[in-house]
Design a protein around this ligand. Structure first.
Ligand SMILES: [Ca+2]
Length: 141
């Protein structure tokens, strides 16, 4: 079993310009994590919710629900090998374009690898405006 943290700062922190396109994460729900009504703040580009955790069983299939604005790309990374790097192979959700109604909740499923290290593990949830790079360490100046 791994104890999953939500959106903890690992090695890098992404930097995005302030939201100008109603681009936000309004909620994330997975296991015991139910973190709602976060978004709609036009100046929030990154937030640390490392105080929130849930347990995930190795090999289990999980559903993550992500609330977004509209017309966004969605990605989720989990640092399964705990090296503080969100590798491309650790991307568990990738949704390149979401045409969704305003304030939609999207559901994605993924399987926790049996080879994941157990213990405290970080997750990052990313939503960007359609057409932007959706990278865990994206830096926009
Ligand atoms: Ca990693």
């Amino acid at each position: 079993m791994i104890a999953l943290h939500f959106n903890v700062d690992a090695q890098c922190l992404p930097v995005f310009a302030p939201n100008t396109f109603y681009c936000f994460i309004d909620g994330v729900k997975i296991g015991d994590i139910d973190n709602q009504n976060l978004g709609k703040d036009p100046f929030l580009s990154y937030a640390d919710f490392s105080n929130l955790t849930t347990d995930l069983v190795l090999g289990s299939t999980q559903t993550i629900e992500i609330g977004i604005g509209s017309f966004h790309e969605v990605a989720v990374y989990i640092d399964y090998n705990q090296d503080n790097i969100y590798d491309a192979s650790e991307r568990v959700v990738f949704h390149p374009t979401s045409w969704a109604d305003w304030d939609s909740k999207l559901n994605f499923q993924f399987t926790v690898p049996s080879s994941a290290l157990t213990g405290s593990t970080n997750m990052r949830v990313i939503v960007v405006e359609d057409g932007f790079p959706i990278e865990p360490c994206y830096f926009e100046d």
